[in-house]
Design a protein around this ligand. Structure first.
Ligand SMILES: Cc1cc2nc3c(=O)[nH]c(=O)nc-3n(C[C@H](O)[C@H](O)[C@H](O)COP(=O)(O)O)c2cc1C
Length: 184
């Protein structure tokens, strides 16, 4: 019997015409049939403040924490900012990393990213992997989906047009699916 895998997809870019959000949509289209992907919005999550956290969580942060908790697995699709993880994404992760329940704890996850540069977000992805270790998250190791020169991989409507990238994304989604079932 096929088991459904519920994934929370998080784009690290807030930009309207984001290549990373476009890559997230491509991943949804290329995911195995038994996988469903919900897209999280991190736009309205305020900057993490322990005093606020201790009192009452803002609605956007509560929603994000609940989405993380409900998901079987997480898909991070993120640009690289100054060789690392964009602040908005790191902030969202911080909100979902705190006790008592630590919504992201132990979750299987996959990472991919797109950049207009040539290195395909490699430096960001390795920083992100390190961050996720703090919550004992289990990241898919292979394939690495590092989409460089994004302007040549998507058309003007932000549809993925690069066949090799599509094949890699498909493999990544399958690997996330398999890892999730293995850890279940
Ligand atoms: C603040 C900032 C820092 C950036 N730093 C990097 C970087 O370190 N490496 C890189 O490859 N691209 C960098 N870029 C370029 C981004 O890859 C490019 O803007 C990309 O389109 C962002 O992803 P998005 O289209 O999903 O918004 C940076 C962009 C911004 C706005």
């Amino acid at each position: 019997m096929t088991q459904n895998v519920r994934v929370l997809g998080i784009s690290g870019s807030l930009r309207q015409k984001s290549y990373n959000t476009a890559a997230l949509h491509a991943a949804i289209a290329l995911a195995p049939k038994s996988m469903s992907v919900e897209i999280a919005s991190i736009r309205d999550i305020p900057l993490y403040d322990q005093d606020v956290y201790d009192k009452e969580h803002p609605a956007a942060a509560t929603r994000f924490r609940e989405q993380c908790k409900a998901a079987d697995a997480i898909l991070f699709v993120t640009p690289e900012y100054n060789y690392s993880v964009p602040g908005a994404l790191k902030n969202a992760i911080d909100w979902a990393s705190r006790k008592p329940d630590v919504p992201l704890h132990g979750k299987p996850c996959a990472i991919m990213g797109a950049t207009t540069g040539v290195l395909g977000t490699a430096r960001c992805q390795y920083h992100l992997r390190q961050i996720l270790v703090s919550m004992d998250m289990r990241a898919v190791n292979q394939p690495e989906v590092m989409i460089g020169s994004a302007k040549t991989k998507f058309d003007d409507e932000l549809t993925l047009i690069d066949k090799t990238t599509g094949e890699l994304i498909q493999k990544l989604m399958q690997a996330l699916h398999d890892l999730t079932l293995k850890l279940r």
